[in-house]
Design a protein around this ligand. Structure first.
Ligand code: NAD
Ligand code: AHE
Ligand code: ZN
Length: 374
């Protein structure tokens, strides 16, 4: 049976660097292997701001941003078997088809099924489900959660238990899960030393999870002194503001106070100079540095190759290496059982019509996550 278009409100970014505008959008019914979701809540992640600002090499406009959402399935297209109307769901910007070379490799969470069209801002058949002012509007990260209704591929959504409050569980759609996965999927952190660069939601999650898996020492690094109390609350054993070091480079200071460097470091800033410092703060012979932050288009990392020749490892991870459909329901259970923090990340709450203020909150330095009530 052919569904109908739904008219609702969405925040549209009409051009790079512009504020979002609340507009009426027509959301077409889901086609085969697609799911239409009523989005109830969405977080705002630094990556939404990154694409809005025009720094994303893949950015296309006009677009409906948002990738940290929670909602309820409204309808499904032909052939959809993994979710049904009424299910509480989290959209997944890292799809999991369970059939492609990537999914079957057992080596990565990156799925190949819809990534190419997702990066172009369209559904897998190459078209958009959003129209506003007579114009097609692009999708974002396969999720577009800044709309009261969105359409996603069936491989890009997972059902979670109804008991989980969606105004909190939405945060498992990106930030908290990314940080959790980046740590639990890195072997050897138990009884090791860790440095975390950048104490936003991602950095806090890395701090919390490092302590959870038994790291002996977790050093938080941030240029904002206000982040010290946050870092300590989430389990950091020390806090360092690089601005307090005078002319001394942060990596040199860290190597000095850790008898040769850290076992593990994480970049949670997206700044390529910080990524270099994180690598160079690693211990000779075995230190592993993981890049989580997303750098602006055109920025590149560099270090002396000798840093790697002498045994440091430079790596990176998307969505924490987590396979969303297989793993997110269990993470939601962990949250409900009090094993991982989620509520603690919410510092700001906004209505859809205040979403630009939500973006400004992020620049304030005291915002960990802003949840938008759609
Ligand atoms: P955020 O802005 O809340 O946090 C960044 C923190 O870094 C801030 O506390 C800031 O003060 C600090 N910082 C800035 N410059 C610094 C410097 N030179 N030295 C030390 N600290 C510095 O951002 P967030 O939401 O936590 O996201 C962090 C990064 O992770 C962003 O780049 C985001 O795009 C990226 N991200 C990546 C993934 C992934 O899957 N790889 C997922 C989510 C977010
Ligand atoms: N489009 C950018 C890269 C953006 C990026 O790296 N995104 C992360 C998720 S950030 C979530 O807040 C990611 O998952 N990357 C892997 C992927 O497949 O997109 C660019 O540089 O072109
Ligand atoms: Zn994100």
């Amino acid at each position: 049976t052919e569904g109908k278009s739904i008219t609702c409100k969405a925040a549209i970014c009409w051009g790079a660097g512009e504020d979002l505008k609340i507009e009426e959008v027509e959301v077409a019914p889901p086609r085969a292997h697609e799911v239409r979701i009523k989005i109830l809540y969405t977080g705002i992640c630094h990556t939404d701001e990154y694409t809005r600002s025009g720094k994303d090499a893949e950015g296309v406009f006009p677009v409906i941003l948002g990738h940290e959402g929670g909602g309820i399935v409204e309808s499904v297209g032909e052939g959809v078997t993994n979710v049904k109307p009424g299910d509480h769901v989290v959209p997944l910007y890292t799809a999991e088809c369970k059939e492609c070379k990537f999914c079957k490799s057992g080596k990565t969470n990156l799925c190949g099924k819809v990534r190419a069209t997702q990066g172009k801002g369209v559904m897998p058949d190459g078209t958009s489900r959003f129209k506003s002012k007579g114009q097609d509007i692009f999708h974002f990260m396969g999720t577009s959660t800044f709309s009261q209704y969105t359409v996603v591929a069936d491989v890009s959504v997972v059902a979670i238990q109804d008991k989980a409050p969606l105004d909190r569980a939405c945060l498992l759609g990106c930030g908290i899960t990314t940080a959790w996965g980046a740590v639990v999927k890195t072997p050897g952190i138990k009884d090791s030393t860790v440095a975390v660069f950048g104490v936003g939601a991602i950095g806090l999650g890395v701090i919390e999870t490092s302590r959870l898996v038994g790291a002996s020492r977790v050093i938080a690094v941030d240029t904002n002194p206000g982040k010290e109390s946050w870092a300590k609350k989430f389990g950091a054993t020390e806090f360092i503001n690089p601005k307090d070091l005078g002319d001394k480079r942060i990596q040199d200071h860290l190597v000095e106070i850790t008898d040769g460097g850290l076992d593990f470091t994480f970049d949670c800033t997206g700044n390529v100079q910080v990524m270099r410092a994180a690598l160079e703060a690693c211990h000779k012979g075995w230190g592993v540095s993981t890049i989580i932050g997303v750098a602006p288009a055109g920025h590149e990392i560099s270090t002396r190759p000798f840093q790697l020749v002498t045994g440091r490892v430079w790596r990176g991870v998307a969505f924490g290496g987590v396979k969303g459909r297989s793993e997110l329901p269990t993470l939601v259970d962990d949250y409900l059982q009090g094993k991982i923090k989620v509520d603690e990340y919410v510092t700001h709450e906004r209505k859809l019509n205040e979403i630009n203020a939500g973006f400004h909150d992020m620049h304030g330095g005291d915002c960990i996550r802003c949840v938008v009530d759609m």
